[in-house]
Design a binder for this molecule. Sequence first.
Ligand code: SAM
Length: 214
Amino acid sequence: MRLRNIKGSREVISESPYAFTEDVETKGKWGEIFGNNNPIRIEIGMGKGRFIYTLAQNNPEINYVGIEKYSSVLLRAIQKMEENPLPNLRFIRMDAENITEKFTEGEVDRIYLNFSDPWPKDRHAKRRLPSAEFLKRYDYILKPEGIIEFKTDNRDLFDFAIEQLPIANWVADTVTYDLHADALLMEGNVMTEYEEKFSSVGNPICKYIIHRDR
Ligand code: SAM
């Protein structure tokens, strides 16, 4: 009997030309990796990657890096890249806690957080991706005029995210509690998997766009 070699997702990711694992040195090397000096935008907690793949497809003059903690989820994005590769998109499998080890100071132009895990228990607040602890990490990798865009349907997480801004010296340019009802903000909006799921059952989507208070 011929046995099929079914690779595990971790193995596929470590061999993929589209993804980096945590042990690979990328800090300060993104221009070299992409072969140009185009701006770099990242999505942290990209899931299966529909949002970042669509952005990369629509904006070939911008480089995108999707960050995801779990191999099994990231695998879906890699399969999509194998079917239809994009030169301006790469992935890192990692916990975003270590993000400052993967990008050097000011290397990133924009950060997207979409439907981040809520970590509802108070003792886990530091794990929330829009927390002040994470905003400090983003402060290092983001260039001075860089912005962060955050979308969620979780009102508690969004309220927490707004409260965190002054603590970490950030200010909001835009805040909405019902993105899909705002025609101006919806211009060019790219739906994430979770956005489609939650908006289709009637959940309003909150969004902020923030920059540093300087
Ligand atoms: N952004 C996608 C969307 O909107 O459809 C996926 C949202 S899903 C609720 C959150 C994703 O973030 C999960 O795939 C999870 O594994 C990932 N994630 C959560 N915390 C993370 C961290 N610290 N570092 C990297 N990825 C993380």
